[in-house]
Write a protein that binds this ligand. Structure first.
Ligand code: ADQ
Length: 502
């Protein structure tokens, strides 16, 4: 089996909340040779070009330090003040400073310099997320001919939002320098195709289009998941039980409405608090029978927009507590810290309503974890945003528009009064979906497609180009000698787009 090199902004074990993803990829890497490469979390005076290796939790980890200035431009700057808000359709929150792009490309080049020394022929390279879009281009420039795949954990933007990103043409060329680009949801593949269709219209109306030639690059949908069985076991563990009992005692028979998120403006937290406010306003009889817990540890708090959302949430929470609290009943608890997976599993299991209501989200693993941790004999109800990638999988959740706080409040009410039989039936279907789309299947199907140069197979998809020979002879200027898998052949939604590529 080929060696696997996973590349991500941070290396596992060093980021604050080690989510299901790190656990899953660690598991994948533990079954084959290879290593994980990323930023160490430390700073150096000068840009480092040589990777340091160490073994963390039995995994070989390669890392480099970055200079403070490069890191600021690459991470807080271009990645999280331009790409993140634009990909989440929050152009109002972008902060465009032209010099950040240089830092972004510079760090990608630095990653490539360090990696090039370590890559052996036949290695498969799997690059993760928006911080590293240019990495394949940089590696190809250094004559790396291995198969390189990219996975985008966040949504792909609409054409207008993409057009608002400085150097987006370069970024699109960078994407098609990969052999495989994986998206979370069909919505994202459709958005990519829409950009190309839009440029075609520009051409047809006499404008100057930007031509993206996907060449041999396969673009496809690989919805990420969690390990629902592990969460089911964790939900019954002693550590989970401890949290469950502690909180259940405080609830004293009241129903728990739970939100668990990273504190980020994409997660729709002020809107969620407003919806809960409406639930209490419109249903006086529920007031003493429910309690909401929102867990939201701060993230990226050096960026101004994150301080703003934190203040906004503080104020929304204060408003609801002030408006409804009684000396012996509080409507809401807001906890600004991260919890370990076992504690979260205990809370998920206790919650009658799981609120996953982002304004836009790649997938949202909290939705998967909530489903996994439920008691099959007394499951809670998932209230899920239609703008989370998870909505393409979890059809038996109560699907809401998070911008419509009346609708979200009504879904919460329905969840709270839902008969046990309906809760069980819905949960069974949700659990089936979580199991089908678990994280092991995700990693396996992505790596299979990357190794064999084909798109993910889907039921009834009879034109999946799944049996072509391996594509291994990539050069810096295009990929001669490789089978051409045009994205038009993967366009069940836009058959008319085939003409664009023919
Ligand atoms: P995130 O935006 O970080 O990830 P999400 O998928 O919701 O979002 O959560 C990732 C992990 O963080 C989960 O395993 C969860 O348990 C953990 N987590 C969240 N809040 C926590 C808290 N308060 N305390 C402790 N742990 C917490 C990005 C994309 C998502 C995509 C993931 C994976 O934005 O859309 O689902 O990557 O691809």
């Amino acid at each position: 089996m080929s060696r696997l090199i996973i590349v991500s902004n941070r290396i596992p074990g060093k980021s604050p909340a080690a989510g299901g993803l790190a656990v899953a990829l660690k598991k994948t890497l533990s079954t084959r040779d290879g290593f994980w490469f990323g930023w160490s979390g430390s700073f150096s005076e000068k840009p480092e070009k040589k990777a340091r290796f160490e073994t963390i939790d039995g995994l070989r980890i390669g890392q480099i330090d970055l200079t403070r200035a490069d890191h600021a431009a690459y991470y807080a700057g271009f990645s999280n003040s331009i790409l993140w808000p634009a990909f989440h359709l929050r152009l109002d929150l972008t902060d465009i400073q032209s010099h950040w792009y240089e830092g972004y490309r510079g760090v990608n080049a630095q990653f490539a310099d360090a990696l090039v020394e370590e890559i052996e022929p036949g290695d498969i390279i799997w690059v993760h997320d928006y911080h590293l879009i240019p990495l394949a281009t940089e590696l190809r420039r250094r004559n790396i001919r291995n198969r390189i795949g990219f996975y985008l954990h966040i949504p792909f933007p609409t054409p207008d939002a993409l057009n608002a990103i400085p150097h987006h043409e370069d970024l699109l060329k960078d994407l098609v320098a990969y052999d495989l680009v994986g998206f979370q949801a069909h919505r994202d593949l459709v958005a990519f195709n829409e950009f190309i269709a839009h440029e075609q219209i520009v051409a047809e109306t006499g404008g100057k289009p930007f031509v993206v030639d996907p060449g041999d690059t396969v673009l496809d949908v690989f919805p990420i998941g969690s390990d629902p069985e592990a969460f089911a076991r964790l939900g019954k563990s002693a550590a989970a039980q401890k949290m469950y009992n502690r909180v259940a005692r405080g609830l004293n028979g009241r129903a728990l409405v739970l939100g668990v998120d990273r504190l980020d403006y994409s997660k729709g937290l002020p809107q969620r608090i407003s919806a809960y406010e409406k639930l209490l306003e419109n249903n006086a009889s529920l007031r003493r029978t429910v309690h909401m817990i929102q867990i939201a540890p701060p993230s990226r708090d050096t960026i101004k927009e994150y301080q703003v959302i934190s203040d906004e949430l503080d104020s929304a929470v204060g408003r609801v507590i002030g408006k409804f609290s009684e000396p012996d009943w509080l409507p809401l608890t807001y906890v600004k810290r991260a919890y370990g997976q076992a504690s979260l599993a205990g809370l998920y299991r206790l919650a009658r309503v799981g609120l996953v209501t982002p304004l836009r989200d790649g997938m949202n693993l909290v939705a998967h974890e909530y489903v996994g941790a439920q008691d099959p004999e007394d499951p809670g109800v998932l209230v899920l945003s239609r703008f989370a990638g998870a909505a393409e999988i979890f059809h038996d959740a109560l699907i809401i528009n998070p911008f419509d706080t009346d609708e979200t409040a009504e879904a919460m009410r329905q969840a709270l009064v839902m008969p046990l039989e309906e809760r069980k039936q819905r949960w069974r279907n949700l659990m089936d979906a979580a199991q089908e789309h678990n994280v092991d299947n995700w990693a396996e199907s992505y790596l299979d497609a990357l190794a064999h140069g084909h798109a993910a197979s889907s039921p009834g998809d009879d034109d999946t180009p799944g049996t072509r020979p391996h594509a291994t002879t990539h050069g810096a200027a295009g990929k001669p000698g490789t089978p051409r898998t045009s994205i038009a052949s993967r366009m069940p939604f836009f058959p008319w787009l085939r003409s664009v590529f023919s």
